[in-house]
Design a protein around this ligand. Structure first.
Ligand SMILES: C[S@@+](CC[C@H](N)C(=O)[O-])C[C@H]1O[C@@H](n2cnc3c(N)ncnc32)[C@H](O)[C@@H]1O
Length: 231
Protein backbone atom coordinates (compact mmCIF):
# COMPACT_ATOMS: atom_id res chain seq x y z
CA UNK A 1 0.00 0.00 0.00
CA UNK A 2 1.32 3.47 -0.83
CA UNK A 3 0.35 7.11 -0.49
CA UNK A 4 -1.73 6.71 -3.68
CA UNK A 5 -4.34 5.11 -1.46
CA UNK A 6 -5.36 8.63 -0.49
CA UNK A 7 -7.36 8.52 -3.76
CA UNK A 8 -9.75 6.10 -2.03
CA UNK A 9 -10.60 8.31 0.94
CA UNK A 10 -9.65 11.78 -0.26
CA UNK A 11 -12.92 13.50 0.73
CA UNK A 12 -12.98 11.87 4.19
CA UNK A 13 -9.34 12.80 4.80
CA UNK A 14 -9.88 16.39 3.65
CA UNK A 15 -12.76 16.74 6.14
CA UNK A 16 -10.77 15.17 8.98
CA UNK A 17 -7.80 17.38 8.10
CA UNK A 18 -9.88 20.57 8.12
CA UNK A 19 -11.60 19.85 11.45
CA UNK A 20 -9.67 17.24 13.40
CA UNK A 21 -7.15 17.70 16.16
CA UNK A 22 -4.00 16.28 14.54
CA UNK A 23 -4.00 18.52 11.47
CA UNK A 24 -6.11 21.58 12.27
CA UNK A 25 -5.02 22.00 15.90
CA UNK A 26 -1.57 20.45 16.02
CA UNK A 27 0.41 19.96 12.81
CA UNK A 28 -0.75 22.91 10.72
CA UNK A 29 -0.50 25.66 13.36
CA UNK A 30 2.88 24.33 14.48
CA UNK A 31 4.18 24.28 10.91
CA UNK A 32 2.91 27.80 10.19
CA UNK A 33 4.47 28.99 13.43
CA UNK A 34 7.84 27.49 12.44
CA UNK A 35 7.68 29.12 9.01
CA UNK A 36 7.04 32.56 10.50
CA UNK A 37 6.65 35.52 8.14
CA UNK A 38 6.38 34.09 4.60
CA UNK A 39 5.21 37.21 2.81
CA UNK A 40 6.77 37.31 -0.67
CA UNK A 41 8.46 33.92 -0.23
CA UNK A 42 8.34 31.24 -2.96
CA UNK A 43 7.25 28.01 -1.25
CA UNK A 44 6.74 24.44 -2.44
CA UNK A 45 4.16 22.36 -0.52
CA UNK A 46 5.39 18.79 -1.09
CA UNK A 47 2.61 16.24 -0.53
CA UNK A 48 0.14 19.11 -0.20
CA UNK A 49 -2.94 16.86 -0.02
CA UNK A 50 -6.17 18.86 -0.16
CA UNK A 51 -4.16 22.06 0.27
CA UNK A 52 -4.90 23.42 3.76
CA UNK A 53 -1.30 24.52 4.35
CA UNK A 54 -0.98 25.77 0.76
CA UNK A 55 -4.06 27.95 1.32
CA UNK A 56 -2.81 29.27 4.67
CA UNK A 57 0.56 30.20 3.14
CA UNK A 58 -1.11 32.00 0.24
CA UNK A 59 -3.25 33.90 2.79
CA UNK A 60 0.00 34.97 4.46
CA UNK A 61 1.34 36.43 1.22
CA UNK A 62 3.53 33.57 -0.08
CA UNK A 63 3.72 32.43 -3.69
CA UNK A 64 3.00 28.71 -3.40
CA UNK A 65 3.23 25.66 -5.65
CA UNK A 66 2.11 22.25 -4.47
CA UNK A 67 2.07 18.63 -5.55
CA UNK A 68 0.68 15.35 -4.36
CA UNK A 69 0.72 11.74 -5.52
CA UNK A 70 -3.06 11.51 -5.22
CA UNK A 71 -5.06 12.96 -8.13
CA UNK A 72 -8.16 13.00 -5.91
CA UNK A 73 -6.41 15.11 -3.25
CA UNK A 74 -5.14 17.54 -5.90
CA UNK A 75 -8.68 17.68 -7.31
CA UNK A 76 -9.98 18.85 -3.92
CA UNK A 77 -7.15 21.38 -3.57
CA UNK A 78 -7.92 22.81 -7.02
CA UNK A 79 -11.55 23.41 -6.01
CA UNK A 80 -10.46 25.93 -3.38
CA UNK A 81 -7.26 27.14 -5.10
CA UNK A 82 -8.07 27.19 -8.83
CA UNK A 83 -5.34 29.74 -9.64
CA UNK A 84 -2.55 27.89 -7.83
CA UNK A 85 0.20 25.77 -9.45
CA UNK A 86 -0.93 22.34 -8.13
CA UNK A 87 0.35 19.16 -9.74
CA UNK A 88 -0.12 15.41 -9.45
CA UNK A 89 3.42 14.20 -8.86
CA UNK A 90 5.27 11.49 -6.95
CA UNK A 91 7.87 12.73 -4.46
CA UNK A 92 10.06 9.74 -5.34
CA UNK A 93 10.41 10.99 -8.95
CA UNK A 94 12.48 13.99 -10.16
CA UNK A 95 10.62 17.23 -9.47
CA UNK A 96 9.24 19.29 -12.38
CA UNK A 97 10.78 22.58 -11.17
CA UNK A 98 14.12 24.21 -11.99
CA UNK A 99 17.08 24.46 -9.62
CA UNK A 100 16.85 27.24 -6.97
CA UNK A 101 13.12 27.89 -7.56
CA UNK A 102 11.98 28.04 -3.92
CA UNK A 103 12.92 29.87 -0.71
CA UNK A 104 11.25 27.15 1.37
CA UNK A 105 9.76 23.67 1.02
CA UNK A 106 7.11 22.34 3.39
CA UNK A 107 6.82 18.54 3.64
CA UNK A 108 4.01 17.99 6.12
CA UNK A 109 3.38 14.37 7.10
CA UNK A 110 4.53 12.93 3.78
CA UNK A 111 8.11 11.64 4.14
CA UNK A 112 7.02 8.81 6.44
CA UNK A 113 5.27 7.22 3.42
CA UNK A 114 8.60 7.00 1.58
CA UNK A 115 11.03 4.11 2.06
CA UNK A 116 14.18 5.66 0.59
CA UNK A 117 14.61 9.35 1.42
CA UNK A 118 17.82 9.93 -0.58
CA UNK A 119 16.29 10.76 -3.99
CA UNK A 120 13.41 12.90 -2.61
CA UNK A 121 15.70 14.90 -0.30
CA UNK A 122 18.24 15.46 -3.10
CA UNK A 123 15.44 16.80 -5.30
CA UNK A 124 14.03 19.05 -2.55
CA UNK A 125 17.55 20.38 -2.00
CA UNK A 126 17.98 21.02 -5.75
CA UNK A 127 14.83 23.16 -6.08
CA UNK A 128 15.74 25.22 -2.96
CA UNK A 129 17.97 28.28 -3.03
CA UNK A 130 21.20 28.05 -1.02
CA UNK A 131 20.16 28.95 2.52
CA UNK A 132 16.55 27.96 1.76
CA UNK A 133 14.54 26.07 4.37
CA UNK A 134 13.02 22.61 4.32
CA UNK A 135 10.37 22.16 7.01
CA UNK A 136 9.46 18.53 7.67
CA UNK A 137 6.94 16.91 9.96
CA UNK A 138 6.76 13.14 10.43
CA UNK A 139 5.32 10.62 12.83
CA UNK A 140 7.51 10.88 15.92
CA UNK A 141 9.94 7.92 15.83
CA UNK A 142 9.74 7.67 19.63
CA UNK A 143 6.07 6.68 19.38
CA UNK A 144 6.82 3.58 17.28
CA UNK A 145 8.33 1.35 20.00
CA UNK A 146 5.57 2.44 22.41
CA UNK A 147 2.74 1.51 20.02
CA UNK A 148 4.62 -1.51 18.60
CA UNK A 149 6.54 -2.90 21.61
CA UNK A 150 7.81 -5.98 19.73
CA UNK A 151 9.43 -3.86 17.03
CA UNK A 152 13.07 -2.93 16.49
CA UNK A 153 13.38 0.86 16.94
CA UNK A 154 16.69 0.89 15.03
CA UNK A 155 15.41 -0.77 11.84
CA UNK A 156 13.62 1.01 9.00
CA UNK A 157 10.31 -0.81 9.22
CA UNK A 158 7.10 -0.76 7.20
CA UNK A 159 4.00 -0.81 9.40
CA UNK A 160 0.26 -0.31 9.04
CA UNK A 161 -2.14 1.43 11.44
CA UNK A 162 -5.88 1.88 11.37
CA UNK A 163 -7.26 5.45 11.47
CA UNK A 164 -10.68 7.05 11.50
CA UNK A 165 -11.06 9.89 8.99
CA UNK A 166 -14.38 11.62 9.68
CA UNK A 167 -16.13 8.26 10.23
CA UNK A 168 -14.26 6.40 7.47
CA UNK A 169 -11.92 3.66 8.71
CA UNK A 170 -8.65 3.48 6.74
CA UNK A 171 -5.40 1.53 6.96
CA UNK A 172 -2.32 3.70 6.49
CA UNK A 173 1.08 2.17 5.77
CA UNK A 174 4.17 4.07 6.90
CA UNK A 175 7.91 3.58 7.20
CA UNK A 176 9.34 4.01 10.69
CA UNK A 177 12.97 5.11 10.79
CA UNK A 178 15.12 5.90 13.83
CA UNK A 179 16.18 9.47 14.51
CA UNK A 180 19.79 8.67 13.57
CA UNK A 181 18.71 7.49 10.09
CA UNK A 182 16.64 10.66 9.61
CA UNK A 183 19.48 12.98 10.58
CA UNK A 184 21.96 11.05 8.40
CA UNK A 185 19.61 11.34 5.38
CA UNK A 186 19.31 15.10 5.89
CA UNK A 187 23.09 15.53 6.19
CA UNK A 188 23.79 13.37 3.13
CA UNK A 189 21.35 15.45 1.04
CA UNK A 190 23.14 18.68 2.04
CA UNK A 191 20.92 19.97 4.84
CA UNK A 192 21.92 21.37 8.21
CA UNK A 193 19.50 20.72 11.07
CA UNK A 194 18.67 24.21 12.36
CA UNK A 195 16.07 22.92 14.81
CA UNK A 196 14.03 19.94 15.94
CA UNK A 197 10.65 20.63 17.49
CA UNK A 198 8.10 18.67 19.53
CA UNK A 199 5.30 21.22 19.79
CA UNK A 200 2.42 21.29 22.22
CA UNK A 201 -1.24 21.10 21.24
CA UNK A 202 -2.53 24.52 20.19
CA UNK A 203 -3.79 26.42 23.28
CA UNK A 204 -7.16 27.17 21.62
CA UNK A 205 -7.92 23.50 20.81
CA UNK A 206 -11.58 22.80 21.70
CA UNK A 207 -11.52 20.47 24.73
CA UNK A 208 -13.71 17.86 23.02
CA UNK A 209 -11.09 17.43 20.25
CA UNK A 210 -8.15 16.72 22.55
CA UNK A 211 -7.04 13.06 22.37
CA UNK A 212 -7.21 11.08 25.62
CA UNK A 213 -4.37 12.04 27.94
CA UNK A 214 -3.51 15.30 26.16
CA UNK A 215 -4.02 18.39 28.31
CA UNK A 216 -4.99 21.78 26.85
CA UNK A 217 -1.74 23.19 25.39
CA UNK A 218 -0.08 19.98 26.62
CA UNK A 219 2.96 18.23 25.15
CA UNK A 220 2.82 14.68 23.93
CA UNK A 221 4.76 12.40 21.56
CA UNK A 222 2.91 13.07 18.33
CA UNK A 223 4.81 14.45 15.37
CA UNK A 224 8.45 15.48 15.12
CA UNK A 225 9.32 18.66 13.20
CA UNK A 226 12.65 19.47 11.51
CA UNK A 227 13.76 22.92 10.45
CA UNK A 228 16.52 22.33 7.85
CA UNK A 229 18.79 24.72 6.01
CA UNK A 230 19.94 23.91 2.46
CA UNK A 231 23.73 24.31 2.43
C1 LIG B 1 -1.25 12.98 5.89
S1 LIG B 1 -1.52 13.65 4.28
C2 LIG B 1 -0.86 15.29 4.52
C3 LIG B 1 -1.36 16.26 3.47
C4 LIG B 1 -0.84 17.69 3.66
N1 LIG B 1 0.60 17.77 3.64
C5 LIG B 1 -1.37 18.28 4.94
O1 LIG B 1 -0.61 18.40 5.91
O2 LIG B 1 -2.56 18.63 4.99
C6 LIG B 1 -0.26 12.85 3.34
C7 LIG B 1 -0.27 13.18 1.86
O3 LIG B 1 0.94 12.68 1.28
C8 LIG B 1 0.63 12.23 -0.02
N2 LIG B 1 1.69 11.33 -0.48
C9 LIG B 1 2.00 10.09 -0.01
N3 LIG B 1 3.03 9.59 -0.68
C10 LIG B 1 3.41 10.52 -1.59
C11 LIG B 1 4.42 10.58 -2.60
N4 LIG B 1 5.27 9.56 -2.81
N5 LIG B 1 4.50 11.69 -3.37
C12 LIG B 1 3.65 12.75 -3.17
N6 LIG B 1 2.67 12.74 -2.23
C13 LIG B 1 2.54 11.64 -1.46
C14 LIG B 1 -0.74 11.58 0.13
O4 LIG B 1 -1.38 11.41 -1.11
C15 LIG B 1 -1.42 12.56 1.07
O5 LIG B 1 -2.12 13.56 0.39
Amino acid sequence: MTGSDYDQWAEAYATANAEGFFNAWYEKPAMLDLLGDVSGHRILDAGCGSGPTTAALIDRGAQVSGFDLSAAMIGIARRTLPETDLRVHDLTEPLPWDDDTFDAVVASLVLHYVHDWSGPLAELHRVLTVGGRLLVSVNHPGAFPIVHPDSDYFAITEYTEDYDFAGTSVDLTFFHRPLSAMSMSFAEAGFRIAGMHEPAAHPDTPAELLPPGVEPAGRFIGFLFFDLEAL
